[in-house]
Design a protein around this ligand. Structure first.
Ligand code: PMP
Length: 350
């Protein structure tokens, strides 16, 4: 009765929530929602007998102005993972190719497989960075879409403007490049480009952003795409599930962009970025080969020791995200949470 494609589908493994344990497994921010955002959600809840605005008109307008693009280049979605799906369904027919680095965001292979497209996975370099030259070489007449996750989940590594521009110049203009910038707000390296600055020169680029991480709205599901070409944004509307972005999510995103709220949220991001530097430095001291990270997480490439390390952390009530046989991704949390993780990492390093 079921499609054969589903039989081999890898399962999406969400970070686990374990009562009483510290969760550093899903790249969320550790802080509670702002009171102003909660108040807006409560107000919006009074109207949930009505369907939401299917076009997220107000939020789209605000985002377009901030990104200095036309509103018809912006598409708000039910989290950026939905926008990834909409994009694949907008550009790739069955048997077309969708390319991404591996390891990267674990939803990419699932989305490609469900859509019927072929997934072309190009290994990261030994330094855990996108191998953009190798990706160019793998482009064929069937390639419709290339995901570049920058910074990359789960390794935290980022490609520079120079590397990305060279790559984009080599990609045929009828191949769409999705720059997945879910962690953009955590980037502190000035060589790592803001994808929005590339849209004018490269209209085949689509930048994907989310309110789930820096803006702390993971539970509400809202993200946005900014396309160099409005035709792509329109196509993503065609492949959207109707009413996918709730009024609560739209209003919470708008409230998060109010100047006072945004200042506070980005101040939190600053704290996380500082903690990231501390956690990364300490892990290096302990002897872990952690690559440089521009995201709100660190990557421990532990190979065969991955599962034992994650179990050791869990024994100490810290939940991390293990990718069996490859490595462990650990979200940067509050200083106290990070200390708990570092204590575990110190014991497990012995
Ligand atoms: N892209 C990347 C690289 C991610 O890591 C995530 C979240 N894990 C997403 C997209 C999806 O985020 P959301 O759907 O919550 O916006």
């Amino acid at each position: 009765m079921l499609r054969s494609a589903l039989a081999d589908l890898p399962a999406y493994v969400p970070g686990r929530t374990v009562a009483g344990a510290i969760k550093l497994a899903s790249n969320e921010v550790p802080y509670p929602p702002l009171p102003s955002v909660l108040a807006r959600i409560a107000d919006a809840a009074a109207a949930i007998n009505r369907y939401p605005d299917n076009f997220s008109t107000e939020l789209t307008g605000v985002l377009a102005a901030r990104c200095a693009v036309d509103a018809d280049q912006v598409r708000v979605g039910c989290g950026s993972v939905s926008l990834c799906t909409q994009l694949v369904q907008a550009v790739a027919d069955a048997d077309d190719e969708v390319m991404f680095a591996w390891r990267s965001f674990e939803a990419y292979p699932i989305i490609a497989a469900v859509s019927g497209a072929s997934a072309i996975q190009v290994p990261l370099t030994d330094g855990h960075v996108h191998d953009l030259d190798a990706m160019v070489e793998r482009i064929t007449g069937k390639t419709r879409l290339v995901f570049v996750c920058n910074p990359n989940n789960p390794t935290g590594t980022a490609v520079t403007r120079e590397q990305l521009v060279r790559f984009l110049r080599a990609v045929p203009e009828d191949v769409t490049v999705a720059l997945d910038e879910a962690y953009r707000e955590f980037v502190r390296d000035a060589d790592v480009p803001d994808g929005l600055t590339l849209l004018e020169e490269f209209p085949n680029v689509v930048v994907l952003r989310t309110f789930s991480k820096a803006y702390g709205l993971a539970g509400l599901r809202v993200g946005y795409a900014v396309a160099g070409d409005p035709a792509v944004a329109r196509a993503m509307a065609q492949t959207q599930v109707p009413f996918a972005v709730t009024t609560l999510a739209q209003q919470a995103a708008l409230a998060s962009l109010e100047p006072a709220a945004e200042t506070e949220l980005l101040d939190r991001v600053e704290r996380i970025a500082a903690e990231r530097t501390r956690v990364h430095g300490r892990l290096l001291e302990l002897g872990y080969a952690v690559p440089p990270t521009q995201a709100n997480f660190v990557w421990l490439p532990l190979g065969g020791a991955t599962t034992d390390f994650a179990a050791g952390c869990e024994d100490r009530r810290v939940i991390v995200r293990a990718f069996a046989g490859t490595g462990v991704r650990v979200t940067v949390g509050t200083p106290e949470e990070n200390d708990r993780f570092l204590d575990a990492a110190a014991v497990l390093a012995r």
